[in-house]
Design a protein around this ligand. Structure first.
Ligand SMILES: *[C@@H]1O[C@H](CO)[C@@H](O)[C@H](O)[C@H]1NC(C)=O
Ligand SMILES: *[C@@H]1O[C@H](CO)[C@@H](O)[C@H](O)[C@H]1NC(C)=O
Ligand SMILES: *[C@@H]1O[C@H](CO)[C@@H](O)[C@H](O)[C@H]1NC(C)=O
Length: 140
């Protein structure tokens, strides 16, 4: 009976570990905050990888890697427009994208590489709105 209980709690524990992400909407030219958090786990976090599929480039593309101690590595494209604002030790992979363009709209994927259980990921939809010009007429 004791063995059974231990195995059951182990299974429940595995099911509960997940990545929480939040979809976001931003106005053209402003900064987008992409929140991504891994729930409690005893696994070792080796890397956090951000991928994107945008209007500009619909093929999935890894663009940002965060390593132990919060060291970041930039790939393909966004250059200085991406900043790590999370906390590696707390398994918070949040980033900020600066000066959003309409072409940046798309699906962003936040992947936590865990040892030994392997990668866990979630998709975040990012929508970019153009600024609307508004003309007001007075009706008399
Ligand atoms: C966007 O972020 C940059 C750098 O953190 C900051 O200088 C700028 O004021 C921010 N822009 C807006 C619209 O919040
Ligand atoms: C993760 O980091 C972001 C940016 O610093 C922060 O806003 C958010 O509250 C953090 N999430 C948690 C669960 O601490
Ligand atoms: C995110 O975008 C995908 C593909 O366009 C869509 O299938 C999905 O329903 C969206 N998710 C949310 C929460 O809007």
């Amino acid at each position: 009976v004791v063995i059974l209980v231990i195995q059951l709690s182990y299974i429940l524990y595995i099911v509960c570990v997940k990545v929480i992400g939040h979809d976001t909407t931003v106005i053209y030219g402003e900064n987008a905050t992409l929140l991504c958090q891994l729930t409690e786990t005893d696994d070792d976090l080796t890397r956090i990888i951000w991928k994107k599929k945008t209007r500009e480039k619909p093929e999935e593309d890894a663009f940002f890697v965060i390593r132990q101690g919060g060291k970041t590595e930039q790939r393909n494209g966004l250059e200085d427009r991406v900043q790590f604002i999370g906390n590696f030790a707390k398994k918070n992979g949040s980033i900020q994208l600066l000066r959003m363009r309409l072409l940046d709209e798309g699906i962003y994927t936040c992947t936590f590489n865990l040892y030994p259980s392997g990668p866990l990921e979630t998709d975040i939809n990012v929508t970019v709105f153009g600024k609307m010009a508004c003309t007001c007429y007075s009706v008399s």
